[in-house]
Write a protein that binds this ligand. Structure first.
Ligand SMILES: *Cc1c(COP(=O)(O)O)cnc(C)c1O
Length: 457
């Protein structure tokens, strides 16, 4: 096989690479590994009869094209922007809440250098990393103190571990929930060292059910938001105020795991079942926690609000060192929270509140463009529903027009759309592709159209 002799040597290839800027920026050691992998494949293929009559020059061209692909593959790893055509607004698989681009630009202007993360500028001494943020929260909401941990699951764990290790926590049987795969209230409680005391039944829990189960071992009443399902029919559950009264009377801590973090009313429609954080605080909860990246519209974080003396104890728990968050999170949380002082809606609520008519107009424009190029494609607009998702407002749907593609093989088309640059994620329902523009940003529409055209060709 004369072709084997024509394969350039690694050293020869590395010499040539010195003059090719797109390759020469990489470390010699890695280039060697990649080239060896490519050459090994070539040798194997030659034995199988490929590369007939290839000379040195043709091999070199081929090797460099393969090297380009390897480098592209590496550059392609990591987090990418995707176009979310699913209509699920807080989609855990797609990074939950999107962040305002203006805030992200502010990050690059601030965090490229050092920061006052743990430094008190007034006194010139070491400060606490939660201080900056809790000042903002105290001005925004009437609450004594605030603390941030890695996510809401961590908040639940920290709170139970601090106040209820070896003691009992009363939870209604209707609230023993599982949220997204691995977060189960009974499980996390066991891990934290707290003892779960189930009270009431799945569909009915009364105040007396709590009272009857209180003993010297009881430390806390926990109320958990039913994030991803709802109970209807023959039901009864006590009001938060009633439970707070019981907790006061028996000197117990009342803790609410509110889940999603809707800070104020008026951001969602008025009769939402979603707990409103500011209202729950007014009712007198001792501690409340929620996620930063659900309805609050920020980065992943667990936000704990409540009584100063209790939060002081949380801050002293050794676990804080494990659960604390990075400066990027503090920065983003502060910026997102500052948006709530303003009249304008935060980004997430702009997405939620887009009206049907304007979404339909956007759909029509896209459908027209696609039809022009593919006159016979079965594309239409249908009324469907967006979902808030991410463990918020279970059972509440938002009417939304969808672009429907009744193609032959929707799975195959959906796969091709995922391979687009940027990837386009769609829903498949009743054997059709559905695209909800509520979660597609207007500046992404051009890319969506190009992606659709390339896929349908
Ligand atoms: C989402 C959710 C959690 C978990 O929050 P993460 O921030 O995802 O860790 C815990 N409790 C409730 C009620 C939730 O809705």
């Amino acid at each position: 096989m004369k072709e084997l002799k024509e394969i350039p040597s690694i050293n020869n290839l590395l010499e040539s690479i010195k003059l090719i800027p797109e390759f020469s920026i990489y470390k010699r050691d890695f280039l060697k590994i990649w080239l060896n992998e490519i050459l090994e494949k070539i040798r194997a293929k030659i034995k199988d009869g490929y590369f007939k009559n290839y000379d040195r020059k043709k091999f070199k061209e081929y090797i460099f094209s393969q090297l380009s692909r390897k480098i592209e593959e590496i550059e392609n790893y990591g987090i990418k922007r995707v176009i979310n055509g699913t209509g699920v607004i807080i989609h855990t698989n797609l990074g939950r809440s999107p962040l305002n681009q203006k805030l992200l630009e502010k990050i690059s202007q601030t965090l490229y250098s050092y920061s006052n993360l743990e430094f008190d500028l007034k006194r010139g001494k070491r400060g606490h990393r939660d201080n900056n943020l809790s000042e903002i929260i105290k001005k925004l909401m009437i609450v004594e103190d605030a603390l941030v941990v890695n996510n809401n699951a961590a908040a639940v764990f920290l709170i139970l571990n601090t106040f209820a290790k070896g003691k009992e926590v009363l939870v209604s049987r209707s609230e023993l929930v599982e949220i997204g795969g691995s977060f189960r209230i009974p499980e996390i409680m066991k891990e934290s060292g707290a003892v779960l005391k189930e009270v009431g039944t799945t569909n009915k829990t009364k105040v007396e059910d709590y009272e009857e189960n209180i003993s010297e071992k009881t430390a806390m009443i926990l109320k958990v938001h039913r994030s991803n399902f709802y109970i209807s029919g023959f039901t009864h559950f006590p009001e938060t105020e009633e439970l707070i009264k019981v907790a006061r009377k028996h000197n117990l801590i009342f803790y609410e795991d509110a889940g999603s973090g809707l800070l104020f009313k008026d951001y969602l429609h008025n009769n939402t079942e979603e707990p409103i954080i500011s209202e729950e605080i007014k009712k007198g909860v001792d501690i409340i926690s929620f996620s930063g990246d659900k309805l609050m519209g920020g980065p992943q974080a667990g936000i704990i609000l409540g009584k100063e003396n209790l939060l002081k104890k949380l801050k002293k728990n050794q676990l804080m060192r494990i659960l604390r968050v990075d400066k990027i999170t503090y920065f983003l949380l502060s910026e997102v929270l500052k948006e709530y002082f303003k009249d304008d809606y935060p980004l997430l609520f702009k997405i939620i509140s887009q009206d049907y008519g304007s979404l339909e107009k956007r759909c029509r424009k896209i459908v027209r463009t696609i039809k022009k190029q593919f006159p016979s494609i079965p594309i239409s607009i249908e009324k469907s529903y967006s979902m808030i998702g991410g463990g918020s407002t279970p059972g509440e749907l938002i009417e939304s027009p969808n672009i429907v593609l009744a193609v032959e093989q929707p799975e195959k088309i959906a796969k091709k759309l995922r391979e687009n640059k940027p990837p386009i994620i769609v829903r498949i329902e009743k054997k059709a592709i559905k695209i909800d523009l509520r979660t597609v940003f207007p500046i992404e529409e051009k890319e969506l159209v190009i992606g659709l055209k390339n896929t349908l060709e």
